[in-house]
Design a protein around this ligand. Structure first.
Ligand code: ATP
Ligand code: MG
Length: 641
């Protein structure tokens, strides 16, 4: 098969392969003049440039304009290779979002079915039949909407007479009996969509096996009722799906939209059905009771400690700490240094008592130490490099550690239980983790660009956000619903390699705002932890901010949804964080500096220097101190302004 990477088709330079189907390859392309991105579908067929039927078909496809249909931007024949240019969907297909075997909540299924049915009803009204309705041809748009693709492509390639066996193989499990017999009609699309819905609700397609087995089942075997596999599916919902799956097209719903509406109605008859079919990505069996008396000890068990835990040492506060406390030492005064790590610091958190810090570093150890003295309390060495990140719940009771084995372990800090292990990121690297401000929800971001929000007690995933097209570097929660953009519940801001900052609603996974006016990677993001008044009489608002690889620091008001500050620092800004009261904003940069600003006056209050670039920092719970560390392996605790 020809590889077109680096080549030019029409006005597009093809940069990478997005995927391959039965009769085409799809590439990501960049417009050579406009730099815009598009998906270029290169058909595996050759046609003569003057083949009129091909142009006629192309026109038919390009004529379709609908919010749930992928826009076709251009058609061309390069040499004798036909290609078409369509909108690029960075979030991929519904097949990629929900791999085979995934069961979806009923509400999600009805929403998907409704959107696809709207698109198909529009096409049917235009006298077109899709013929290839399946999750691979449902793309996820920028606002999480579903976009049906490959309209008429099936027809084109069929007309060309070289519909290969692989192509049939991908499509056959969804193909209606009359279409298999060569008589496709509008009701055939309804049948295919019903197979897709069945698959999402049950976790498996009704007909599987070899090609001949599938064909004979499509033609003559009744599908197994859905409730035989999943008894929690409401009977009315099952009835709607089975009607759309009637072998006789005349017995199905009058039109495809009627099918979607019937499904919505049936699902609303029974609200308890919202709870069915959660994807299972959790290992609750990992909730083991460990006999030891400290979280530290259970971490040690789990991480297969090389060194035995040392007893916690209680020491007197050194003069500098007492002094700092009593005499209000100037901002930037170091009160403790922790020197026990031997490699770059990766992550650190203050425990709820405001006295202890848990830190992890590249030497693969987890340390618990006294923030007031810099004295080590516990260290745990981990042979499998399990600990790269650490996060603490808002109430201080739970700790999560994430490793390069992609597992996140949740620990109860007071009862010494390993609550469970989250495995949803398998095969990825977890870059960032943050707890919700109120509930026991954890958000974790990974190199594949997804952010997972899940219940820390049960491991149940709540939302998987896929708005990013590159690795997500950092995320932060809105501190409360009132700090979220108006009309929305708790939100998350995330940013990373795709250079965009995105705010999105946690429960719905809906993108609320997308800020992307700088081309540089986003290294740090934060959400101001309070709702404050900008000026007397003004309404309250909250901000998200970011630091970028080109040194750009930007802030947006999430209420007014506009940029309120942008500032270019001379070096890459790798970490940003707000003080607990929201009045200070700190950022760390590649030139070894940390600067702290007053967010009301936009004045710099203090500059703190490390020997090497700082990578992480955290405010103490009372807002009085900052602990920061990075490549120089030393964590410093210093007085915050
Ligand atoms: P079929 O050939 O029956 O349509 P298919 O959809 O798997 O099967 P293609 O249409 O050739 O095959 O697409 C191949 C893959 O390319 C898709 O599965 C999808 O992952 C990716 N892809 C296609 N179109 C786009 C697009 N507009 N934006 C992003 N990715 C796309
Ligand atoms: Mg396709």
């Amino acid at each position: 098969m020809v590889d077109y990477i680096g080549q030019r088709l029409g006005n597009y330079q093809l940069t990478r392969l997005l995927g391959e189907g039965g009769f085409a390859q799809v590439y990501l392309g960049e417009h050579i003049y406009l730099s815009t991105q598009a998906a270029i579908k290169v058909l595996n067929t050759q046609v003569a440039n003057d083949e009129g039927w091909f142009r006629t078909e192309a026109r038919t496809i390009a004529r379709l304009v609908h919010p749930n249909i992928v826009r076709v931007l251009e058609f061309g024949i390069e040499g004798s290779t036909p290609f078409l240019v369509m909108d690029y969907a960075p979030s991929g297909t519904l097949r990629q979002r929900h791999p085979r075997g995934t069961r979806l909540p009923l509400a999600t299924v009805t929403s998907y079915v409704r959107q696809v049915a709207e698109a198909l009803q529009y096409a049917h009204n235009e006298k077109l039949v899709h013929r290839d309705v399946k999750p691979e041809n449902m793309l996820v748009g920028r606002n999480n909407e579903i976009l049906l693709s490959d309209f008429g492509i099936a027809l084109i390639t069929q007309t060309m007479g070289d519909q290969g066996i692989q192509n049939v193989a991908g499509t056959l499990p969804y193909t209606a009996p009359e279409q298999i017999q060569g008589k496709p009609r509008q009701a055939s699309d309804q049948y295919s969509l019903a197979i897709v819905a069945y698959e999402w609700l049950v976790g498996d397609r009704p007909f599987n096996g070899s090609l001949t087995e599938i064909i004979s089942q499509q033609l003559a075997v009744a599908p197994l009722p859905l409730r035989a596999s999943v008894p929690t599916i409401p009977p009315a919902v099952e009835q709607v799906i089975l009607t759309a799956l009637e072998k006789d097209p005349d017995k199905r719903f009058n039109n495809i939209l009627a099918f979607a509406l019937a499904l919505e109605q049936a699902s609303q008859l029974d609200t308890s059905s919202q709870q069915i079919n959660q994807p299972v990505e959790v290992d609750l069996a990992a909730a083991t009771i460990l006999p030891s008396s400290l979280l530290a000890a259970s971490v040690a068990n789990e991480l297969s400690a090389v060194k035995p835990p040392e007893p916690p040492s209680v020491r007197q506060e050194p003069a500098s700490f007492a002094q700092a406390k009593s005499q209000a030492a100037p901002a930037g005064t170091v009160i403790a240094r922790y020197r026990e790590h031997t490699n770059a610091i990766r992550s650190l958190v203050w425990l709820a008592d405001g006295k202890r810090i848990v830190s992890v570093s590249n030497e693969k150890t987890v340390h618990v130490w006294d923030a007031t003295t810099g004295n080590k309390l516990q260290t745990y060495q981990d042979a499998s490099d399990a600990a790269r990140l650490v996060a603490r719940s808002a109430d201080g009771s739970l700790i999560a550690t994430a490793g390069s084995d992609a597992l996140i372990r949740v620990w109860n800090f007071t009862t010494n239980l390993l609550i469970g292990t989250y495995r949803g990121h398998q095969g990825q690297m977890v870059n960032a983790m943050a707890w919700s401000p109120t509930q026991q929800l954890l958000a974790s971001a990974a190199t594949d660009g997804t952010v997972h929000v899940w219940d820390a007690n049960t491991g149940q995933p709540l939302t998987i956000y896929r708005g990013h097209t590159g690795s997500v570097a950092m995320l932060a929660w809105s501190p409360s619903e009132s700090a979220s953009p108006p009309g929305h519940g708790l939100c998350i801001v995330s940013g990373g390699d795709d250079a965009s900052i995105q705010t999105w609603e946690v429960t719905t996974g809906k993108t609320i705002a997308l800020y992307r006016n700088q081309p540089a990677k986003v290294l740090g993001v934060g959400w101001s932890p309070n709702v404050y008044t900008l000026s007397p009489g003004a309404s309250t608002s909250s901000r998200v901010g970011c630091g970028r690889a080109d040194g750009m620091i930007q802030m947006w008001d999430t209420t007014a949804n506009r940029e309120v500050l942008s500032y270019r620092y001379p070096a890459p800004v790798s970490f940003v964080v707000w003080s607990p009261n929201g009045k200070r904003f700190a950022y760390a940069s590649e030139d070894k500096m940390i600067e702290v600003w007053d967010t009301m006056t936009n004045r710099k209050l203090v500059t703190f220097t490390h020997a090497s670039p700082p990578r992480v920092m955290a405010w103490s719970p009372d807002g009085k101190y900052i602990a920061s560390g990075g490549d120089d392996t030393i964590i410093q605790v210093w007085v915050a302004p």
